[in-house]
Design a protein around this ligand. Structure first.
Ligand code: SAH
Ligand code: SF4
Length: 358
């Protein structure tokens, strides 16, 4: 395959300033990219033709296109994108809070949304419960491909650039396995002349590469982390997440304690609940003990089954009992409602379904 051109979305403002003259044009270009979500150079009205021609020689704008969309009754929209090399990844548009309207129809509060983005095509970690893992690892996403998912979803949902949005790096792939591009994307999202999404609004979910948690912490980007814990003893965790052998539970807990967090905030621990594996109160008890010294909050997630998996979705009653145990023992705990349950909601499921039809 011939060398692919980079995208304008691959660069921070400072990087573009070193490449584009005169430099005030960069602010205008950022406006077209991140405030107007343009898809072509023609749409950049106040940029001189000669500069646009020069840019078009060197850079593309959009490194991905939407090839499939599934809309759920709860407002969740799942997108499948095709990248320049034909590979596909998913992103999800999640409605977290409904708008509030008074009796006269006046809008009191706008709806709140979160975008879940992918960081890799496939994943190296190989978790036994995860559909993304089944296809193995293909490649890292570039910073521009990560950024483009958010631009594309905001554009598709006519979400104004200055409306607040949260980003969770919980789509396909292990974000910390692609740390350089992840960090670059985080910086680009934060750009004041761009989308202006602060670190506080970005959450990196990791399967627990403890050394990389430290590296992310040292970068001091102001982001939150979420740890996919899923098990309270190393034996079960290694069965679920094989690289737990190299980065065991203790090493993760120690890395979390070193991670710079906003003192008002808590570190989120995700706990995927699988029937008869980790849904018992004995596990809940161990979880309380494990997290005693950490300002934590736990998010219980229903395992979302797919054809071919041996794991099963837990009973709601067991989930609630688990939650009650944690809450009673002082741990903040929520059950993640399976958003988009009527569509292919879990990580990798839309891709799997579509590639069979492609
Ligand atoms: N690789 C990172 C982020 C992407 S996975 C991580 O593992 O944290 C995002 C979340 O989806 C993880 O918490 C993962 O455990 C969860 N997940 C994967 N497969 C799932 C399934 N079948 N049902 C429910 N959640 C799943
Ligand atoms: Fe990778 Fe996360 Fe899936 Fe594990 S759960 S295979 S780390 S994407």
């Amino acid at each position: 395959m011939s060398e692919l051109k980079p995208s304008l979305l691959d660069f921070t403002k400072q990087e573009l300033i070193t490449q584009i003259k005169p430099s005030f044009r960069v602010k205008q270009i950022f406006g077209w990219l991140y405030h107007n979500y343009v898809e072509s150079y023609d749409a950049m009205l106040n940029i001189p033709k000669a500069l646009k021609a020069e840019l078009a020689q060197k850079y593309i704008i959009d490194p991905l296109k939407i090839i499939k969309k599934e809309i759920s009754t709860d407002g969740t929209i799942k997108y499948l994108f095709q990248l320049q090399d034909g590979k596909t990844v998913e992103a999800v548009w999640l409605k977290m809070k409904d708008e509030i309207v008074d009796e006269e129809g006046k809008l009191l509060q706008e709806a709140k949304y979160t975008i879940c983005v992918s960081t890799q095509v496939g994943c190296k970690v190989g978790c036994s419960f995860c559909l993304t893992a089944k296809g193995g690892f293909t490649r890292d996403l570039t910073a521009g491909e990560i950024v483009a998912q958010v631009v594309s979803l905001k554009r598709d949902n006519a979400h104004k650039h200055n409306r607040k949005i949260n980003i969770v790096y919980m789509g396909m792939g292990e974000p910390l396995d692609n740390l350089a591009n992840l960090a670059k994307a985080i910086e680009i999202f934060k750009e004041e002349d761009g989308l202006c999404i602060s670190g506080k609004r970005q959450t990196v979910s990791t399967s627990g590469l403890s050394t990389k948690i430290d590296k992310l912490g040292e970068m001091d980007l102001g982001v939150h982390i979420a740890i996919s814990l899923h098990a309270v003893d190393d034996e079960l965790r290694t069965e679920l997440i094989p690289m737990n052998k190299a980065h065991n539970i203790n090493s993760i807990i120690e890395a979390v304690k070193r991670f710079p967090i906003d003192t008002r905030k808590r570190v989120m621990f995700e706990y995927l609940v699988i029937k008869n594996k980790n849904d018992d109160l004995g596990s809940a008890k161990k979880l309380v003990k494990l997290l005693t010294d950490i300002k934590a909050k736990v998010n219980l997630i229903f395992f979302n089954p797919y054809p071919g998996t041996d794991y099963e979705r837990p009973a709601r009653a067991d989930m609630v009992a688990f939650q009650e145990y944690l809450t009673k023992h002082g741990l903040l705990c929520t059950i993640r409602d399976s958003k988009g349950i009527d569509i292919s909601a879990a990580c990798g499921q839309l891709k799997e379904k579509t590639e069979k039809d492609l």
